[in-house]
Structures are given as C-alpha cells and as structure tokens.
Design a protein around this ligand. Structure first.
Ligand code: LLP
Length: 425
C-alpha cells in the first residue's frame, strides 16, 4: 500500500507502513547513517523542475535555480546537469556553482551588498548578469569592470511595490525594504547605468517575495515591470531580458500554490497580450524546486510529560531546522515507521537551550524514545541555513536516486566545528 503524505508528492510516501524516499526506506537510512539526517529525492527535484520546463516549452527562457534554498554541491549538480543556471548571492555560492559543474555564463548575481572582490571574481569567470540593487552599486561595478578592461552585464532590480501576501520577513518587493530600486526612480537610474563605461545594460528584474501561493501578485508585478520596460526603452535603453525572480510557494500545511506550469500559462498569456512574448525570460526559483524534495530524519531522545504540555525531545534542533524558530513556520512531522497505539499531543522540540527551539507544536503522535521522525518539506532553507549553535555539528545529507543512495555530505564532527580557531599562546 502506498500512501502519499503530501498530495502531489509521490516520491516521499509510506509503503506498507514504512516511510520511503523513492525506493529507499528511511528507517534503514537512519540506522546506517545516524540522525539528524537530511534525505533528498532526485526525482522530486527533477519533477519540480519539469513543471517549469513544461511552462516555458517553446519560449526563450532560462531557469536559474536560487541556490540559497539548498546549496549542497550534489543538489547543484542535479540542476546543472538538467540545464539550469543559478541565481547566486555571494562569491561562496559562485565557487559552489563552479565546483558542481555549473555554467558561469548562466549565473546571475543578486543581492544588495556585493563586495568589489566578489564583483571581480564574477567578472573573471564571465557570469551572465549582475542584478544590481542601487546606484552606488552601479558606480562601483562599472569601476571594477573598467579596472579589468571588461564590461559588466547588468540588470536593475526594481520594486514593483505589490503585496505578495506572505510572511513579512520574506516579502521583498514592497516600498520600505532594503531591496531593489523604487519603481519611480528606475528610468533615470537606467539612463545612468547606460552612461557608465564599465556596464552593459542587458535586463530588468524583480523579486516580490518568497512562499507566494497566489497568482495575482505575480500578474500585478508583471504589469508593473512591463510598464517600466516600455518607459526605459522609450528613454533609449534597450532591455534584452526580463527576470521575474523566484518565490513560488510549496505545500507545507495544506497550502495550495499554483503549479509552476499553470502559473506560467497565465503569465505568458499576459506577456503575449502585451506584445512581449518574444522577449528572453529568466526566473530564479528556489524553494519550489527543492522544498518538498527533502526530509530531515531525527531520533526521539526523550518523552517528557508535563502538566500543561507534553514534550517530545528529538535530536534535531533549531540549528538544523531554523524555520520554525525564525518564521513560526510549519513543517509536518511523521514517524518513519507507523506504530500502532494511541496518539498523544506533543510539542516536538530540540536539545538547544532556548525556548524558541521548537520544531512543531501540538502534534498528535504515537511515538516512543528511539523512534525516528521525519520532518517534511525540509529540502529548502534548512540545511543551507543550518548553524553550529550550541556547538552542534551540522547534519549529514543523502541524495536518493531510485534505489541508489548517495552520501552527499558527511556529518560535521566536533573537531570540524573548531578547527579554524586558535588559543592565544
Ligand atoms: N531571487 C531572489 C533575488 C531572492 O531573494 C530569493 C529568495 C529567490 C530568488 C528565491 O526565492 P524562492 O523561490 O525560494 O521563494 N529563508 C526564508 C526564505 C528567504 C527567501 C529569500 N530570497 C524561508 O525559509 O522561508
């Protein structure tokens, strides 16, 4: 019997009471590799990518995986081999793309605070585009490029000022946040960019936020961006590509985001209707490509009944899974082996010494110490945001491909966590 935990995610499902990723039982992975352990399904990543590829069939479009969502080399390799480019935000991410076999020409470099050194490295390897976020950054980039005898391809990130209706910490396209340039300032800034000797204007980009589950904010943002393209081109600056950012949400807890192909059918219809159907398109999806392709396995250490709350203390913590503590985010928690017996209501918490170290609240579970739980939807913004807080080594990672199991990252030892430190003599 196969029983899917999240609708539309056939790659992580129960088979005869055992939770499996593709053809591999998670209980055996936990026994062999220990916990906490991240496990990713390659097929789930490729299937999420395929929805975008279907959406863009027959169009000039480049999908640049926003690797901040999960920057493990093997994950990057999956997307590089599938033809993706990458949206990066640091020289560290650029180095990872190159190490994973990614094509630098398909890299776009986002972020409000690129350093001169980072600009230089990106120019040296010939990235596809710098997504610039301020006039000051344009000036510095031009200077750096000139000093190398190069021209930097640039796009300006504009704030369409639409409400993405998501968590305020992950909403980015509204006035009053640090990202992008204001819609009304865009034309003069484009003129300025076009006048700088070290720059070549190639595009325009926007990003309105993350975990967006509605179509309307995208359609509104597209209208705003296309209005600007018309104005910028009227001012004599041609725009070669339009980059619509990332942001499509996933199902964490009954969320119903549109499928990528359905979303793009609507967006492309608008582009066609407004006469921009032939334009080169780019997108920067992160979460929607990897989020529901991964789980984090964790062992139950102790059950601690209490007067007001029962606690289920597990060996994964906020350093491994920071989203609940940071955004009050919900992740399903499911046993890897179904145990018969009455459910009890627990707060599932980690060993870190903070009350904010919770992974799930008021969860109905039938568990005993020693059982292994899977925290779902853990493929995006979990391992990439993991820390060593409380001197905890970071978890190991596994990539499953059919029946094949690849250890793609070893568990960090305590020695690893302090090897760059020195004791004064
Ligand atoms: N492009 C830019 C310029 C971005 O800032 C982001 C995400 C993306 C693309 C990818 O967005 P996505 O497709 O993943 O929604 N740590 C938070 C999410 C932060 C997103 C930051 N920017 C979380 O765990 O929910």
């Amino acid at each position: 019997m196969t029983d899917s935990l999240l609708p539309g995610h056939p790659f992580i499902a129960y088979q005869d009471g055992e939770l499996c990723v593709e053809q591999v039982r998670l209980s055996s992975l936990a026994a062999q590799h220990g916990t906490p352990l991240f496990v990713y399904s390659k097929a789930a990543m490729l299937s999420a990518l395929a929805a975008y590829q279907r959406g863009f069939a027959g169009r000039q479009a480049q999908i640049c995986y926003a690797m901040k969502a999960n920057s493990s080399l093997a994950v990057l390799q999956v997307f590089a081999q599938a033809g993706c480019g990458f949206d990066i935000v640091s020289a560290g991410e650029l180095a990872r793309v190159l190490a994973a076999g990614g094509d630098p020409a398909k890299v776009i470099f986002s972020g409000v605070g690129k350093t001169r050194a980072e600009m230089k490295q990106a120019l040296q390897v010939g990235i596809g585009c710098f997504n610039v976020e301020s006039t000051a950054e344009l000036d510095v980039l031009s200077e750096v490029a000139c000093s190398m005898g190069r021209q930097a391809p640039v796009s300006l990130r504009v704030n369409p000022n639409v409400d993405p209706k998501t968590h305020p910490y992950i909403s980015t396209g509204l006035k009053g946040n640090k990202f992008g340039v204001a819609h009304e300032d865009a034309v003069p800034i484009y003129r300025h960019a076009a006048s700088l000797p070290g720059l070549k204007v190639v595009g325009i980009d926007c990003h309105i936020g993350s975990q967006i589950t509605e179509v309307t904010p995208y359609l509104d943002a597209m209208d705003r961006v296309l209005d600007l393209v018309i104005d910028i081109e009227a001012a004599g600056v041609p725009i070669h590509h339009i980059d619509f950012g990332g942001g499509l949400g996933i199902n964490y807890n009954g969320d119903t985001p549109p499928e990528a192909d359905a979303l793009w059918a609507q967006l492309l219809a608008k582009l066609d209707a407004r006469g921009f159907g032939e334009r080169q398109l780019m997108i920067e999806p992160g979460r929607s490509l990897v989020g529901n392709a991964g789980v984090c396995l964790s062992e139950v250490l102790y059950l601690k009944p209490g007067e007001q709350k029962n606690f289920c203390i597990i060996d994964a913590a906020m350093n491994d899974l920071p989203r609940p503590a940071m955004y009050q985010a919900f992740h399903h928690i499911a046993p890897v082996q179904i145990r018969k017996g009455a459910d009890t209501l627990y707060d599932v918490v980690g060993p870190v010494c903070e009350s904010g170290d919770w992974i799930g609240r008021d969860r109905s579970l039938s568990v005993q110490a020693g059982d292994v739980l899977a925290v779902l939807s853990a493929g995006a913004y979990c391992m990439s945001m993991a820390s060593n807080y409380n001197s905890r080594g970071r978890a190991a990672e596994i990539l499953v491909d059919g029946a094949q199991v690849h250890l793609i990252r070893e568990r960090e030892s305590v020695f690893d966590t302090f090897q760059l430190e020195h004791l004064p003599a």
